[in-house]
Design a protein around this ligand. Structure first.
Ligand code: RFL
Ligand code: PHB
Length: 392
């Protein structure tokens, strides 16, 4: 049986960044990813990186292309009642900002570094089970090149996302889960057209939520609130642009540029937390442990902050022999996780229209948005959460 110190299940952003950070500390690890490289590199997802995520990528030498191609954003725009309000991050947070750099690109950069350094990263290696969580030698059983294989580990980290298998290695009753499913989804649209704005626009409208984001100076990323169970085929391109126009409408001057739509997909929205994030020698990180609705742009950043905390704990164990930081891992992460859960819930419920929503509920949303526009304290609370709180 092969052996490694840290067996990492899943080669998404959490697993790949953890592998980089462990490599930097001289802790050996193996990443097992069920999909092929092209699939992982193309999976369209997040677009916003917080300062702490960018700092970690810089420290691990994975930010070279991000420095060149990433777009630094100093604020976002909120729209409601046909008016716009900019939230300026640096002035409200003591200098913090965010980066627009797609998750696909972060993943590509991390994969190419991992391969360049010869660190073990297996694609098309599907983990079937993780056994022995309660022992000091957990084992990963996986399928690779048509053969069943086994990897013995000192620790296993489940970075295998919400539908992964590692969470199941923890006995029933040892964890508690918390969940909320939202009564709406997002229709995500990628279009070959320069963004119609310099910064992201989050729009509340009587027709539902809309978000204008971007992938580069030539590619726009747009989202529309739609009903759960929507089939993207119900949304031909003309209908998408008309609906975006209606939801972003302003009394002032503004024009949404249209262009060829290259992909559409429907994304359900969920909040989910597992507590604790560790049992015995099995630890969970990223979406395997928690999910947020994407309105606060927190999912990828939470995945990054989990593995930053975890990599520090493994480095401490290697240097001092003390498992103190590893023992504190779950509590340290969950404080930040719950803050992000609250912020994501707040952004989601303030900006979306619940199909059951009354006029009273809508007035409360408008009052909250008016308050953010009128009060630097309310705006600072949003900016502080959006740009990301300190890690650890
Ligand atoms: P991932 O990315 O799901 O990666 C898990 C990996 O594990 C593999 N896997 C397995 N491998 C081996 N054996 C098995 N049995 C396996 N089962 C699964 C999978 O193939 C996959 O490669 O989890 P990770 O690494 O924790 O990363 C989390 C982020 O991907 C996620 O939180 C974000 O994408 C969420 N998110 C956003 N986060 C942000 O911070 N900012 C954003 O702007 C933002 N926008 C978004 C988002 C998520 C979205 N969707 C699709 C839910 C926008 C969208 C539309
Ligand atoms: C994105 O660009 O995909 C994106 C940006 C901000 C969000 C969610 C998604 O809140």
């Amino acid at each position: 049986m092969d052996h490694t110190t840290v067996g990492i299940v899943g080669g998404g952003p959490a697993g790949l960044l953890l592998a980089r950070l462990l490599h930097d500390s001289g802790v050996d690890c193996t990443v097992l990813e069920s999909r092929d490289r092209a699939y992982v590199e193309r999976r369209q997802r997040a677009g916003i990186l917080e300062q702490g995520t960018v700092d970690a990528l810089r420290r691990s030498g994975a930010a070279e292309r991000l420095e060149r191609e990433g777009l630094v954003h100093d604020g976002i725009e909120l729209r409601w009642n046909r008016r716009a309000q900019r939230i300026d991050f640096p002035s409200l947070t003591g200098g913090r900002r965010v980066w627009v750099y797609a998750q696909t690109e972060v993943v590509k950069d991390l994969i190419s570094l991992q391969i360049a350094h010869g660190a073990p990263l297996l694609f098309e290696a599907r983990v079937e089970t993780v056994a022995g969580a309660g022992t000091d030698r957990p084992v990963i059983h996986y399928l690779h090149e048509g053969r069943r294989r086994t990897l013995g580990c000192d620790y296993v980290v489940g970075c295998d996302g919400f539908h992964g298998v590692t969470r199941r290695a923890i006995p029933d009753g040892a964890t508690r889960t918390f969940e909320r499913v939202y009564p709406y989804s997002w229709l995500g649209v990628l279009a070959d057209v320069p963004p119609s704005c310099d910064e992201l626009i989050y729009a509340h409208s009587p027709r539902g939520f809309a978000l204008h984001s971007m992938r580069s100076t030539t590619v726009s990323r747009l989202y529309l609130q739609v009903s759960n169970g929507t089939d993207p085929a119900e949304w031909p391109d003309g209908r998408i642009w008309d609906e975006l126009d209606a939801r972003f409408a302003l009394d002032g001057d503004w024009r949404l540029e249209r262009g060829p739509i290259t992909s559409t997909s429907v994304l359900p929205m969920r909040s989910f937390v597992t507590e604790p994030m560790r049992w015995g020698r099995v630890l969970l990180a990223g979406d395997a442990a928690h999910i947020v609705p994407p309105t606060g742009a927190k999912g990828l950043n939470l995945a990054a902050s989990d593995v930053i905390v975890l990599a520090r704990a493994f480095a401490h164990l290697k240097e001092t022999g003390s498992a103190e930081l590893l023992d504190a891992y779950s509590d340290t992460c969950l404080r930040r996780v719950w803050r992000a859960e609250h912020f994501s819930y707040f952004m989601t419920t303030t900006l979306h229209t619940d199909p059951e929503q009354s006029d009273f509920d809508t007035r409360l949303q408008i009052s909250q948005l008016d308050r953010i526009a009128a009060s630097p304290h309310a705006a600072a609370e949003l900016a502080d959460n959006y740009t990301g709180l300190p890690i650890g």
